[in-house]
Ligand binder design. Structure first.
Ligand code: BDP
Length: 674
């Protein structure tokens, strides 16, 4: 082992960085021209490790290399490197090219060198063939961040990791940090190979124990930061807005109170004394019971700016979440549409946030459903730094028991154009803020419970770096890296199972964008009316005549008016609204004819039969791989596919039966419905 790098952890699946992934680069003569920073040290250690394993050699400056990784500030750049100069890759980017038989990675800063190295690894032999002209690689989004919803203690209802489906936390066990944090370092390594540069380590619902990470348990944060720093990852903390009271002994947390402001300034200063490159805070305020500025009659800009001011002298940022709604509402009048809430609260505050306050907006107006329209908040705040929040952990997409490759969904989200064709994409709007996602990682030997859910973590990082990448191509990269010996059967079968798995999941769950037909609380499996008569604001309004939520301006909650044209008009119109979102925006009769030509009720039957059948098809496809992939991994996936097939049938039967009884309209093809 080369000191300083923990390539793979014994007993833990290597995910997309098995030793074999480094073969092509590791057989070369490699020259590293860098500074003595910690991240550059990581590059050196990675290179040395790969060469040691695969027979290559680290060569000294002046010697000829097949691969040169150089900082533009280093002296004596060889001629092949000189040719790549002048491209300004920026703080995290790199220039990659091959000239005169030398593959060159040139970066202005060590992080770029690290990302360039992993790009070479990803390309494998292809990085060393014919010459090709230098390409500039820069991340499209500035902050590429994973939020852990980890608790230190085991929560009586949520377990240790809220919405976690991969075992316990990789940071804590039994109320204290893991004694051995090499797993955290290996995690940082996996993330760096996808381009992720920030991690928030604790749950946004900040309970009493975790709140103390900010003060007397800060050493634990520092220890985790030390493991992630070599991979260019900054650590963030979720903080509780009422901390000045709970931890500081003050009688208020009013963001305009001088004492409160001074407490945050002092506390933040201490954080930076301990962790000089600390990333900043994440805050869930006035949301689902968390404290916030509303208690003091202050706005969310007041709240966010107080923390931004405390962080600014140290270069930190606050990620302020826009997930603010009244979870005890009643469906009384149009003002209580939960979909409207974030825009109602935040759009009027545009321009009032500090530049180091990032408003973190979930991609949809509700809550990580398999299908939602894109949150109109993202379009409404041109003078605010926005980050888009996704959910890699599959709370509403099968909880890592179902195969559901989310790359295609995220690609649609990031490529969505609020102002119509040719106008800016969501990724462009969020460029200064970032892309954030709830992590799906735990202490499970496969990292993600379902081994194939690793692909979602991988795809998140890749899309945050380059939102234009084709999700199927990302999946292909992931397959190639994760199953390095894999033949065409492995590659082809994984595509067959995963490419369309999100669409399949959508088919057998809640229809046409209506969402939330899940079991209350844990959110797994079907319960068509589970939330229908609760105060959570997530309704489908099915009755004997029709189904869907009227969110139009003409007769409904007016939510469509939160969109700019052309989407405000498209969504308002029953005939133009995209089929897959029809029931999100409109309440329609069961015999309403979709753009596809099918009636709503027949669409429900057809998709539910098809979806459950596709799930069975996935299991059948997987069986082709018995003997071609590691037996333990094979068995783990096989067992989960059994559950997916069972659950998809349950969804099919509940949804179809429910709508048959409500509507009285039989299936046109006479299939059996309960
Ligand atoms: C919901 C989860 C809940 C989270 C909340 C959030 O059910 O556990 O606390 O989102 O994002 O999806 O704050």
């Amino acid at each position: 082992e080369v000191p300083g790098i923990q390539a793979n952890v014994p007993g833990v699946h290597p995910a997309w960085l098995p030793p074999d992934a480094f073969r092509a680069a590791g057989t070369r003569r490699v020259l590293v021209l860098a500074d003595d920073s910690e991240v550059a040290g990581t590059v050196r250690a990675e290179v040395a490790d790969a060469c040691e394993r695969h027979g290559g050699a680290v060569v000294a400056p002046g010697a000829a290399g097949d691969l040169v990784l150089a900082l533009s500030t280093a002296g004596d750049l060889p001629p092949a490197v000189q040719a790549s100069r002048g491209q300004e890759p920026g703080p995290e980017g790199f220039v990659l090219g091959r000239r005169d038989g030398v593959t060159v990675v040139l970066a202005d800063h060590p992080a770029g060198l690290l990302y360039g190295w992993f790009e070479v690894v990803r390309r494998g032999a292809a990085a060393f063939g014919e010459d090709w002209p230098a390409e500039v690689h820069r991340p499209a989004l500035r902050r590429r961040m994973l939020d852990h919803w980890d608790n230190i203690d085991v929560h009586p209802v949520m377990g240790q990791v809220e919405r976690g489906y991969s075992g316990g936390s990789i940071f804590w066990r039994d109320g204290v940090p893991h004694e051995d944090l090499t797993r955290v370092r290996a995690y940082g390594r996996l993330l760096a190979a996808t381009g992720v540069n920030a991690v928030a380590i604790n749950n946004v619902n900040v309970h009493a124990t975790e709140a103390r990470l900010l003060t007397d348990r800060l050493a634990e944060v520092a220890a985790i930061a030390a493991e992630l720093r070599p991979y260019g990852i900054r650590v963030h903390l979720s903080v509780n807005f009422a901390s000045p009271i709970a931890l500081g002994g003050l009688d208020s947390a009013d963001p305009l109170d001088e004492g409160v402001r001074a407490w945050w300034a002092r506390t933040t200063e201490r954080v930076y004394e301990t962790i000089p490159d600390f990333g900043g805070y994440v805050v869930k305020a006035d949301s689902e019971g968390q404290p916030g500025p509303f208690a003091y009659g202050r706005s969310h800009a007041d709240g966010a700016n107080m923390l931004a001011d405390a962080l600014a002298p140290h270069g930190g940022v606050v990620h302020w979440r826009a997930f603010v709604y009244d979870h005890r509402q009643d469906w009384r009048d149009r003002s209580t549409d939960r979909a409207r809430a974030a825009h109602d609260h935040f759009a009027p505050l545009d321009g009032l946030f500090r530049d180091n306050a990032i408003l973190q907006v979930k991609y949809g107006p509700m809550d990580f459903q398999p299908r939602e329209p894109i949150s109109p908040v993202i379009a409404a705040m041109p003078a605010t730094r926005l980050a888009v929040e996704l959910q890699v952990t599959q709370e509403y997409t099968g909880q890592q028991r179902h195969v559901c490759y989310l790359g295609p969904m995220w690609s649609e989200v990031l490529g969505f154009r609020f102002w119509g064709p040719g106008e800016r994409t969501v990724a462009e709007v969020a460029a200064r803020g970032g892309l954030v996602a709830v992590s799906n990682v735990g202490d499970d030997p496969y990292w993600t419970g379902h081994p194939l859910a690793q692909a979602n973590l991988y795809a998140f990082g890749r899309l945050a770096w380059a939102p234009d990448l084709d999700p199927a191509a990302i999946l292909d990269e992931w397959i190639g890296l994760t199953f390095p010996g894999g033949d065409d059967l492995v590659r082809g079968t994984l595509h067959e199972i995963m490419d369309g798995s999100w669409a399949t999941y959508e088919r057998y769950t809640a229809p046409l964008g209506v969402g939330f037909m899940v079991r209350p609380g844990h959110h797994y499996g079907p319960d068509v009316d589970g939330y229908e008569y609760t105060p959570w604001g997530t309704y489908h309004f099915a009755d004997r005549d029709g189904v869907g939520v009227d969110r139009t301006r003409a007769t409904g909650t007016g939510y469509t008016g939160q969109y700019p044209a052309p989407w405000s008009e498209v969504y308002e119109s029953r005939s133009e609204c995209p089929d897959e979102l029809l029931l999100f925006f409109h309440h329609v009769p069961y015999q309403h004819v979709l753009q596809s030509g099918t009636t709503v009720i027949q669409h429900i039957y057809d998709t539910h039969f098809a979806g459950a059948e596709e799930a069975a098809g996935m299991r059948l496809a997987w069986e082709k791989l018995a003997g071609s992939v590691d037996p333990a991994l094979y068995a783990r996936v096989r067992e989960r596919l059994d559950e997916q097939v069972r659950c998809a049938e349950e969804w099919r039967d509940q949804v179809n039966t429910y709508f048959l009884r409500k509507s009285g309209v039989p299936d046109a093809h006479g299939r059996r419905i309960y």
